[in-house]
Ligand binder design. Structure first.
Ligand code: PMP
Length: 360
């Protein structure tokens, strides 16, 4: 099999040892004679899986006891509705607009007729190439929460310092940098993330929520109610059992890498290699403000669309796959999540240099 490096933004590369382990257990999980996919979600075997997954995530992110961990479905996108529905009915919610996913979160919240949505800062006028400044004066002390996207997957920017929101809970879409940065969970009221980047396969959404934020509003659906999901330990209905099992294996692997702190160090090293190569290049450049660069999603361009296309086609032939930028931004994007190997970053840089020699 030829070596393939998968730069996809998600679903994304998974750690090889995790896939090997899943393969070895696929047909017969712990002598049950069944695959995890065939186990009842009420069986003791599956209960251990979900409990271990939660315990491991608590360890990796040092989640305090007054936070609940929920394993839900519907993607990060369903959280765009669940957050305001649970936290902001008959209240105001403040948003910081830093990219395509923030915009979607804002637009979903606006659909709820009893939620007032206020966008307090935005970088849209410059195509989301930077993170706007947020000062304490912008925060309404009566707001239900302030929502941010910690890492903007499409645009390649990230918050390097968190906005200070005082007593107002900070709610974060961490889909593309959960477990890739070191965060203090206590700085947040809610953290949520779709699994398919740094956690495991698609189909699972992780929500970490401070207990006092449960049960604040009447929610017209049990499935959308954080309190009910927390009380039933994410087993209100059939959860995505295999995705939770895979997440558990990924968490074990991350633990071996030194938890979130260890991953952060590795991700910094990988990203620095690519950013340095972009700085040195006279063909490729980063469209993003250097102070706000993402570690996990790195867009780059030649400034010539035809050349970008040629680069992507030739890179794909070399096994450097999924480097095409998001259709809204164009150019290229390298997603360097936790499981992405450093050898793949070197392979990309070598190829960029060869391409520049031929085409620069
Ligand atoms: N937020 C961010 C930051 C994302 O990157 C994505 C997916 N790329 C989403 C939300 C949407 O996630 P999902 O597809 O799980 O709904």
């Amino acid at each position: 099999m030829k070596t393939v490096y998968n730069f996809s933004a998600g679903p994304a590369v998974l750690p090889k040892p995790v896939l090997e382990k899943a393969k070895s257990e696929l047909l017969n999980y712990q002598n049950s004679g069944m695959s995890v996919m065939e186990l009842s979600h009420r069986s003791s075997l599956f209960e251990s899986i979900i409990q271990d997954a939660e315990q491991l995530l608590r360890e990796l992110m040092q989640i305090p006891n007054n936070y609940r961990v929920l394993f839900l479905q519907g993607g990060a996108s369903l959280q765009f509705t669940m957050i305001p529905l649970n936290l902001a009915q008959n209240k105001k919610a403040q948003y910081i607009n830093t990219g395509t996913w923030s915009k979607k979160a804002i637009s979903e919240a606006k659909k709820l007729s009893n939620v007032t949505v206020e966008v307090i800062a935005s970088s849209e006028e410059k195509n989301f190439t930077y993170i706007p400044e947020v000062t304490e004066e912008m925060i309404d002390p009566d707001a239900a929460y302030v929502h941010i996207t910690t890492n903007n997957t499409i645009e390649g920017t990230a918050f390097t310092t968190l906005p200070k929101t005082g007593k107002v809970p900070l709610v974060a879409d961490m889909s593309s940098n959960i477990l890739a940065n070191e965060y203090n969970v206590e700085d947040f009221g809610v953290i949520y993330a779709g699994a398919q980047k740094n956690i495991g396969p698609a189909g699972l959404t992780v929500v970490i929520i401070r207990e006092d934020l449960l049960g604040l509003s009447e929610v017209p659906s049990a499935m959308l109610d954080y309190k009910i999901q927390a009380e039933s330990h994410s087993l209100y209905n059939t959860p995505p059992t295999f995705s939770i099992y895979m997440a558990k294996l990924v968490f074990e692997w991350i633990k071996e890498q030194g938890a979130a702190a260890g991953m952060f160090k590795q991700d910094q090293e990988k990203a620095a290699l690519l950013y340095q190569a972009l700085e040195r290049s006279s063909l490729f450049s980063s469209p993003v403000n250097p102070a706000n660069r993402s570690l996990t999603n790195i867009p780059f361009i030649t400034g010539n669309e035809t050349l970008d296309k040629k680069f992507i086609a030739e890179a794909t032939e070399m096994g450097l796959e999924n480097l095409k930028g998001h259709r809204l931004v164009g150019g290229m994007r390298a997603s360097l999540y936790n499981a992405f190997p450093i050898a793949g970053v070197h392979a990309l840089i070598d190829f960029m240099q060869a391409f520049e020699k031929e085409n620069g």
